[in-house]
Design a binder for this molecule. Structure first.
Ligand SMILES: Cc1cc2nc3c(=O)[nH]c(=O)nc-3n(C[C@H](O)[C@H](O)[C@H](O)COP(=O)(O)OP(=O)(O)OC[C@H]3O[C@@H](n4cnc5c(N)ncnc54)[C@H](O)[C@@H]3O)c2cc1C
Length: 187
């Protein structure tokens, strides 16, 4: 039913977390595009299953085998979208390594992210905890992100205000409570 998706079963996550913990994923799907997320959501089995999103595995301690479907984010892409008087707007795929984005910008003569060089992990995880270092946080350089709702498959563009960044915090970490402006954890 999900022939266009890269679905694997019984995957050892040892290479995919920085502690190299040998934890097994029952099902792992490599996500290489927004369309892949929609395919997961539309799939009769995968769509209903609980999900676990894996970036570079550098902010995780895997203590047991993972029964939820692991969505391993591998969306590629780095490009300059716009040059403005006050900023360059660069788009990066969620699966790119964060440091590769910083290096790419530096090589292209686009300064701004260098305080956050060498932070481990992926671009997609960066807004989840609003990464930061040396007095600079992602929110200081952030324009917007495209997020795919794991329930509906719809793509939403969220700006910094909608991400509700805090110290190593964002709307993506906060639980859904049903209250106005509640969190998006799990979505
Ligand atoms: C040695 C070391 C140094 C570090 N230094 C810093 C530092 O200076 N500053 C700092 O801020 N952090 C630092 N960190 C923490 C780490 O770099 C960040 O938390 C980073 O954002 C994790 O990225 P990741 O791709 O490895 O995320 P993972 O560990 O794979 O995932 C972390 C969380 O984000 C979720 N997630 C990951 N990708 C996505 C996605 N695309 N969409 C939705 N949810 C997603 C996961 O489900 C999980 O809950 C450091 C970590 C290490 C090991």
């Amino acid at each position: 039913m999900h022939s266009a998706l890269a679905v694997e079963h019984g995957v050892n996550l040892k290479p995919y977390n920085t502690f190299a913990l040998p934890c097994m994923a029952h099902t792992l799907v490599r996500i290489r595009s927004e369309a892949d997320v929609r395919r997961v959501v539309d799939d009769p089995e995968l769509g209903r299953a609980p999900k676990f999103i894996l970036g570079g595995g550098s902010n995780l301690i895997l203590t047991q085998d993972i029964k939820p479907v692991v969505l391993k984010v591998e969306v590629p892409g780095l490009r300059l979208l716009a040059t403005r008087d006050d900023a360059w707007i660069v788009e990066a795929g969620a699966g790119e390594r964060w440091h590769d984005l910083v290096s790419w910008c530096m090589d292209a003569g686009l300064p701004g992210l260098e305080n956050m060089a060498l932070i481990p992990g992926t671009v997609g995880a960066a807004p989840v905890q609003n990464i930061g270092a040396y007095g600079l946080e992602l929110q200081d350089r952030f324009h917007s992100l495209d997020a795919v709702d794991l329930h509906s498959g719809q793509v939403h563009n969220l700006d910094a205000e909608q991400c509700r960044f805090g110290y190593r915090d964002s709307v993506f970490k906060r639980e859904r409570t049903g209250a106005p402006g509640h969190g998006l954890a799990g979505r």
